[in-house]
Design a protein around this ligand. Structure first.
Ligand SMILES: [Zn+2]
Length: 155
């Protein structure tokens, strides 16, 4: 797994344990090149989802991108990390169980907003205000940078 800080591919697993009531395996990783520490999750993927953007372009659903945008919106809010993880897993499970492989990006944004609204108003408002400017959040990377231009995701 490539180090998100320096790009080195030689990272080591320091610790593995079940997470989210055994739905995932949480691995703590260490980068021997820069000393960076990060966490990865291993999960069953029920189906390969494709995001359909409003311009008709399609790309593989990327859980990490979704997670990044949610974590930035929730930054420094008093939300238990476990709760956020569960929320993200819940969103992905909802998407997977919609019965369609192709999911409009708009639908994803709406589900995220609905879920965030339930756990934290500030995080919801942050996400929603940026999301609505982007119409359908077509470009998640751009979306994330707009959400918080100099944001660093904390562990
Ligand atoms: Zn590194």
């Amino acid at each position: 797994m490539r180090c998100p800080f320096c790009g080195n591919v030689d990272t080591q697993v320091k610790d593995s344990r079940p997470a989210e009531d055994h739905v995932a395996i949480r691995r703590r990783r260490f980068c021997s090149a820069c000393g960076g520490r990060f966490t990865t999750y291993e999960r069953v993927q029920l189906r390969d989802l494709v995001v359909v953007k409003s311009n008709g372009r399609r790309e593989d659903f990327d859980r990490d991108k979704l997670e990044r945008s949610i974590r930035i919106a929730a930054q420094k809010r008093p939300i238990e990390p476990e709760r956020l993880d569960q929320m993200i897993s819940g969103i992905v499970r909802r998407l997977e169980s919609m019965g369609e492989t192709d999911i409009p990006s708009k639908t994803i944004g709406e589900i995220v907003m609905e879920s965030l609204a339930r756990i934290d108003t500030v995080a919801y408002v942050r996400f929603a205000s940026v999301y609505k400017n982007f119409q359908a959040a077509d470009d998640f990377d751009k979306f994330v940078s707009e959400l918080r231009p100099d944001a660093k995701i904390e562990e």
